[in-house]
Design a protein. Structure first.
Lengths: 404, 316
């Protein structure tokens, strides 16, 4: 290892390892939860997916729910990249890298949730092109594997390039990274569209078999993702990591508002089509909403709808200028859309089964632990990435020329 | 002192002011983290099923040579002998040229006794704990074919009621099976005689096929399949009823290890009412062909577009 790279490694290691008490506690908690999650995952590997609440009736549960949600969160980074690179918004450009780093963390969580959902993760190599058998282009799952890994790679490249050049104090060469940024802009909606196609292409599940799913996925993602980014930026300001121009928050807020309204419109359109016609096709939705016997999902989906509507009201009223209320609205949107997509979309597609059996899904403690473990691990990665990126972008962490 | 050295000194001073981490703390932290990781992984020691190296690197069924198969079958037979003390034979009977299997079920006769459900389980070595069944019998109200109002768990004494009819559903062996399209690794495919099979050694357990099936025909081994030695059927087919692994998909194969030898599937053999007919669709003289041509038959969920080869009829 040459002196140059060892210098980088020690700089990065020091930056990640050293922090104030809050940082240390936060990282310790995340590591602890990740390890508890790993423990639960080991138990699942040892005894099978029987340790989850899934069964032949509801064969996808919280893992796929979280996966679908997080693909959206990863795709949503593009809503900051577009103003930064296409509309050349300078203030957003300064902080856009923090959202691209979030895409990386979200994608890693996506891949972990998929792995957790596999009955035989030891056989994942069967999916490798050439060595295994890759059912492309027939299987949407192979498309999803391609676009997710591709998007991860694009974001890793852009973030790696920008941070490395800034660390070295060198000028960014436009043609070395901006074309990749534009490719990533086109790629981002693709990952969520294909994830939607994974579901909506199945005629066997009438609830998913609707052309509105992909647009709904995108709209909800572009509401929840930027809402999460607002919260991250506010936390970064609170901890004095960097200053975020207030225009940035205001602009992201507009993106969130418009996306949320479109999401509500699409949801309403779906609701109308299903319930007004009253065809048998609507049984999934009416069961989900609790109109068709006891449904454990009904309270969840109604709360999600309420959260989304209240958040939309806050964002449309002058109250949105109140920073605290904005925070509340953002939390409501993230939680509301998580419930809407996870419990309300993925799981209710299975109830009733294609043979008309009504089965309830109750995740097990072990399954929940795995979920929290993966989420904690994703936040751990994101925090570590931010810990490196913030001082580099602020110019506090840079390569020392004298050590060359 | 040159400017260069001055800067160096300043840098060092800066370093001293910054909080640093001592080598000892770092190593202690790294050791704690590694220890905690190892402890977290400890449940793996009780793993119920660990693939052998040969199993791990085994290729897709269609890529296996005859010698590969011979070796794999011998190993499987030895493993079954060791685990259950049963001398099993694993066959790999190939589809017969000019044969395409089809099924006809007469709903006018079925009394919902579920004998087929258990005969299937006995023949095909499904897990008994948790119990896996390929056939599900729906108790349907007269005057409707609405699946949502059907009863799947009716008690035995509610069979053969005049107020209901009974509709057994299993894999419909579709001509256009969605389940095989969605599989990311082609672990499931349609054989030449129309039977959809699963390579239990290639399935990655993603359950996409289960979500894509309009007939709820697929079963997944969420737990390690449990079956006692007494219950084990030693007449096994590699693509049908050999013991399954934890975390893989399985389904009805029309008992291909029997039917490709000219026998009838277990569900048909056991049926006390003669509701079930099975045969070669391409043979104009076969019973199933005659029924399909002469009786009024229908397929379940025609709108799904999967073109099933499992026909229902309401004959006397």
């Amino acid at each position: 290892m040459n002196k140059d790279s060892s210098g980088i490694i020690s700089d990065l290691a020091k930056t990640i390892l050293i922090g104030n008490r809050t940082y240390a506690l936060w990282m310790f908690a995340l590591i602890a939860i990740s390890l508890i999650g790993l423990n639960a995952f080991s138990r699942q590997l040892a005894h099978g997916l029987y340790t989850t609440g899934m069964g032949d009736e509801i064969s996808w549960g919280l893992y796929i729910s979280n996966f679908a949600f997080l693909v959206g969160m990863a795709a949503a980074a593009v809503m900051m990249v577009i103003p930064a690179y296409i509309f050349k918004d300078e203030e957003i450009h300064k902080v856009v890298i923090f959202t691209e780093l979030w895409a990386i963390a979200a994608l890693i969580m996506c891949l972990l949730f998929i792995t957790a959902d596999m009955g035989r993760p030891d056989r994942l190599w069967h999916m490798l092109p050439v060595i295994g058998v890759f059912n492309w282009p027939m299987s949407m799952l192979t498309w999803d594997a391609l676009v997710l890994n591709g998007y991860l790679f694009l974001n890793l490249y852009v973030c790696g390039y920008v941070l490395y050049k800034k660390y070295k104090g060198q000028k960014l060469v436009t043609r070395h990274y901006v074309p990749i940024v534009f490719l990533a802009i086109a790629w981002a909606p693709l990952i969520h569209t294909i994830t939607a196609f994974l579901f909506q292409g199945l005629a066997a599940r009438p609830f998913w078999h609707s052309g509105l799913i992909a647009p709904r996925f995108l709209a909800s993602a572009f509401a929840a993702g930027p809402a999460f980014i607002i919260l991250v930026f506010k936390l970064m300001e609170y901890f004095k990591c960097c200053t975020i121009h207030k225009d940035v928050i205001a602009k992201i807020r507009i993106i969130v508002t418009v996306s949320l309204l479109i999401n509500l419109l699409l949801f309403g359109s779906e609701l109308f089509t299903e319930l007004y016609s009253g065809s048998e096709h609507s049984i999934h939705l009416s069961f989900l909403l609790g109109f068709h016997g006891k449904s454990v999902l009904a309270p969840w989906i109604w709360s999600a709808v309420a959260l989304n509507i209240i958040a939309a009201a806050i964002l449309l009223l002058p109250a949105r200028e109140n920073p605290r209320l904005l925070n509340v609205a953002c939390v409501m949107i993230v939680v509301g859309i998580w419930v809407e997509k996870g419990l309300g979309f993925v799981i209710s597609g299975f109830i009733p089964t294609p043979l008309g059996d009504f089965v309830q899904y109750q995740p097990t403690f072990n399954e929940l632990t795995v979920c929290f473990g993966i989420l904690a691990f994703g936040l751990l990665i994101y925090t570590a990435l931010l810990k490196i990126a913030v001082p580099i972008i602020n110019g506090q962490l840079c390569h020392r020329k004298n050590s060359n | 002192m040159s400017t260069e050295e001055k800067r160096n000194n300043e840098m060092e001073n800066e370093d001293q002011q910054q909080p640093t981490i001592s080598r000892r703390y770092f190593l202690a932290g790294a050791a704690c983290l590694s220890a905690a990781t190892v402890v977290s992984l400890s449940p793996l020691l009780n793993a119920e099923e660990v693939p052998s190296t040969d199993e791990f690197i085994q290729k897709h069924y269609k890529q296996l040579s005859d010698e590969d198969k011979k070796e794999i079958f011998a190993k499987l037979e030895a493993g079954i002998d060791k685990q259950y003390g049963v001398a099993a034979t694993i066959s790999d009977t190939q589809p017969i040229e000019g044969v395409e299997f089809a099924y006809v079920l007469n709903l006018g006769r079925c009394i919902g006794c579920r004998k087929c459900v258990y005969a299937c389980m006995n023949e095909n070595n499904q897990s008994r704990s948790p119990q896996k069944q390929y056939i599900r019998v729906l108790k349907m109200k007269q005057g409707t074919v609405n699946l949502e109002t059907s009863n799947h768990d009716y008690p035995e004494k509610e069979a053969s009621s005049e107020d209901f009819f009974y509709m057994p559903v299993a894999c419909q062996q579709c001509r256009e099976p969605k389940c095989i399209e969605v599989c990311p690794v082609k672990a499931t495919w349609k054989e030449k005689d129309g039977i959809v099979v699963v390579d239990y050694n290639w399935c990655i357990g993603c359950r996409y096929c289960e979500a894509a099936c309009p007939y709820h025909a697929r079963r997944f081994n969420f737990a390690k399949p449990q079956i006692s030695a007494q219950e084990l059927n030693p007449d096994m087919g590699y693509l049908s009823n050999r013991p399954r692994y934890m975390g893989v998909m399985e389904k009805c194969t029309f008992c291909l290890h029997k039917t490709r030898r000219g026998e009838y599937p277990a569900c048909m053999e056991v049926c006390p009412t003669g509701s079930r007919k099975f045969g070669n669709l391409r043979d104009p003289e076969s019973e199933v062909r005659k029924i399909i041509e002469q009786e009024r038959v229908f397929v379940l969920k025609q709108e799904a577009g999967t073109l099933p080869k499992f026909y229902y009829t309401f004959a006397k």
